[in-house]
Design a protein around this ligand. Structure first.
Ligand SMILES: CC(=O)N[C@@H]([C@@H](O)[C@H](O)[C@H](O)CO)[C@@H](O)CC(=O)C(=O)O
Length: 270
């Protein structure tokens, strides 16, 4: 009902890093099965702290026909230099040699702050399947430099800080992956359409309103557990509790988030 046509499985919102390898495979298989004839792309996040596990997940994603795989930087022992990160990514990507590969950049969570602009320099020589980046960082200068330098190679940049998607689109991002599209997918599609038609004033209205909701809930304390509660609220589909160390959103949070969401008057009158 959100009219979202692409799915990113086992990422941050799906608590992919908190699941067992078996659970991750099962979820990936289920999405491939349910998404058949309904979804355009199913990208499966296969990053893990263990290179061996990540490789196993990459082989599995390839075997079930995923449209793409993505890998987050390992975040306990962290790569500190470009070549260390690239080495890890290359060893995963090469296990799925026909599957488009994405680097999942989310430095606020991984603590790996290697600039993507630097990482992308010459990346196709190491990773021939390299397709693009899921860019979940607020550093729009880094994103802009990536796009400016890589236009020729036609990489895809999927932006992941939902409250500033419009700014990323203006700088050249090709699409978006984020938690809010689970419940604000339709509104965001309207923003994307307005932007595509160069109706900046309308696109801004949508971005301001999603921003209003997010700044409200962020002040209350907003993370993956709260996102799941809002998803349940909007869709009616029970998302279940998050897995420790995350704990369920409070009833107070849910009531306040619901009231805020209902108070928003969208430009499409919905
Ligand atoms: C840290 C975090 O959870 N970031 C979210 C955003 O969608 C974020 O929830 C949103 O911009 C609200 O701040 C996404 O980048 C994560 C995401 O797409 C994923 O589930 O992999």
């Amino acid at each position: 009902e959100q009219n979202v046509k692409n799915i990113f499985v086992n990422g941050t919102t799906g608590e992919g890093l908190s699941l067992s390898i078996q659970e991750r495979k099962q979820l990936a298989e289920e999405w491939m099965c349910q998404g058949k004839d309904k979804l355009d792309h199913v990208i499966i996040h296969v990053g893990a702290l263990s290179l061996l596990e990540s490789q196993e997940l990459a082989r599995h994603a390839a075997a079930i026909g995923a449209s793409g795989i993505a890998v987050i930087a390992p975040s306990f022992f962290k790569p500190t230099k470009k070549d260390e990160l690239l080495g890890f990514l290359q060893k995963v990507a090469s296990e799925a040699p026909t599957v488009p590969f994405y680097y999942y950049h989310i430095p606020a969570l991984t603590g790996v702050k290697i600039r993507v602009e630097e990482l992308l320099d010459g990346i196709r020589e190491q990773i021939p399947t390299f397709q693009g980046v899921k860019f979940s960082d607020t550093d729009l200068l880094d994103l802009a430099q990536c796009i400016n330098k890589n236009e020729r190679e036609r990489f895809v940049f999927l932006y992941g800080v939902d409250e500033q998607l419009l700014s990323a689109l203006a700088i050249g991002a090709n699409g978006a992956v984020g938690s809010t599209y689970n419940y604000l997918g339709r509104k965001t599609n309207l923003m994307l359409q307005a932007f595509a038609k160069s109706d900046l004033a309308l696109a801004q209205k949508y971005q301001f309103l999603t921003g209003e909701f997010l700044s409200f809930v962020i002040k209350l304390g907003f993370g993956v557990a709260q996102t799941k509660a809002v998803m349940t609220l909007v869709s009616g589909i029970p998302m279940g509790p998050p897995r420790l160390p995350l704990v369920s959103a409070s009833e107070e949070f849910i009531a306040k988030a619901k009231a805020k969401l209902e108070s928003i008057v969208w430009p499409d009158g919905d």
